[in-house]
Design a protein around this ligand. Structure first.
Ligand SMILES: [Cu+2]
Length: 417
């Protein structure tokens, strides 16, 4: 009797796992304890392979809220995991939260960092390596070694001076699951552009007595309720879908104004830097094609210089002072994606926006559902259940999947005896 009850529980958990759409691919598990002692810097390197499911359980041991952003990782259908204030509610102090996403169709070296409160400047970032799968060859010999070098600006945090560090354990549960992955070339140069944005930044300005930075005259204000969460729960007034296609001429203003991206559209974005220093722009969860850059002011004629054949796909690009860079973005990934400068000071002062891409026909095929462990804040705060922060173990709390994996591991152990 006891045995059959146990098996029922086991089967329920297996069913849950199989119900998960990319369960056939291997998993890597990481446990981060984010602490504020100068102990281990930078954070542990996440080592995954294309198509792996990455599960990172984050225990926020800081005395302030936390979000982890996975820079350069393409979040296919899962802006829920992107770890930015526009996409996720912050993890409260002492809470636990489990990120889970699949690294799909990309290889390379990336990094993660905490995206709130200037924490990135205090350290607390680490490398994120995605290896190629054996069946997808890379065009060079296997390197003799892999060295992760992270270079950051060093700021002294005036309100606490803390350095954020990680304690981490890794649990690698590798199942087999290799299958061919067609990564054919993408003829971006022959696709019709459906929307055009010229995004111009200028030196910082003063708005309402505060130093702010802008894009097209808008200084972005983070919403109290994450954008896509607000959509799902029909919360009105969280943001405006009116980001200007050209620089505004009036006085700069502070707004939660985002770009309305048409699902399956193809967007041309010209980043015009009229500040005096290099800006590095990044689009989160995404990759775009860099088709051109030059000094001076971009004009329609500049298109004649575009590379329409073999531009590189990437998530980050420089824009030189007094210069422009043009990128093309395929709006095929449903969600809300941060488009920002990576220069930390300019970013935090408002030089960013989000691109919202929604499939009018809602389906799990184009966007994963709100995760079970989603945190709620802002207008949705009342939906948030309290978390027992006194739990001794750090692998409980957020993720049903994580406990499912533990359950399966123990069940398999049990069955194999
Ligand atoms: Cu990013």
């Amino acid at each position: 009797m006891a045995l059959s009850r146990f098996l029922t529980l086991f089967l329920i958990h297996i069913a849950l796992l199989l119900g998960f759409c990319f369960a056939e691919d291997p998993f890597v598990f990481y446990n981060f304890e984010v602490i504020a002692i100068n102990k281990q810097f930078p954070g542990p390197t996440i080592n995954a392979t294309t198509n792996y499911n990455v599960v990172v359980n984050v225990r926020n041991k800081l005395d302030e809220s936390l979000l982890m952003h996975w820079s350069g990782i393409q979040q296919r259908r899962s802006s829920w995991q992107d770890g930015l204030p526009g996409t996720n509610c912050p993890i409260p102090p002492k809470w636990n939260w489990t990120y889970q996403f699949q690294v799909k169709d990309q290889i390379g070296s990336f990094f993660y960092f905490p995206s709130l409160h200037f924490q990135r400047a205090a350290g607390g970032f680490g490398g994120f390596i995605i290896n190629n799968r054996n069946i997808i060859p890379i065009p060079f010999n296997t390197p003799d070694g892999d060295i992760t070098i992270l270079i950051g600006d060093w700021y002294t945090r005036n309100h606490s001076g803390k350095l954020i560090a990680f304690e981490c354990t890794i649990w690698n549960v590798s199942a087999s699951g290799a299958r061919p992955n067609p990564q054919g070339s993408f003829r971006y140069g022959s696709i019709n552009v459906t929307e055009i944005y010229v995004l111009k930044n200028k030196p910082p300005v003063t708005i309402n007595g505060k130093k702010r930075t802008t894009l097209n005259g808008i200084s972005f204000v983070n919403p109290a309720t994450p954008i896509r969460l607000a959509d799902q729960f029909k919360v009105k007034g969280v943001y405006k879908l009116d980001f200007p296609k050209r620089p505004l001429t009036g006085p700069p203003k502070m707004e939660t104004s985002i770009i309305n991206g048409t699902y399956r559209g193809f967007m041309e974005v010209i980043l015009q830097n009229n500040d005096t220093k290099v800006q590095t722009y990044h689009m989160s969860g995404y990759a775009f094609f860099v088709v051109g850059m030059d000094y001076g002011e971009w004009s329609e004629n500049s298109r004649g210089t575009y590379n329409k054949w073999d531009g590189i796909a990437r998530s980050t690009i420089q824009v030189y002072p007094g210069a422009w860079t043009a990128i093309l973005i395929s709006l095929d990934n449903v969600g809300v994606w941060n488009l920002r400068t990576e220069n930390l000071d300019s970013w935090y002062l408002g030089q960013e926006t989000y691109v919202r891409i929604v499939n009018p026909e809602a389906t799990n095929k184009t966007e994963l559902p709100v995760p079970d462990n989603a945190l709620y804040c802002g207008a949705l705060s009342k939906l948030q259940k309290p978390q027992d922060i006194n739990l001794a173990t750090s692998i409980t709390g957020g993720s049903k999947l994580f406990s499912t994996m533990l359950m399966i591991a123990s069940a398999l152990l049990f069955l194999s005896r």
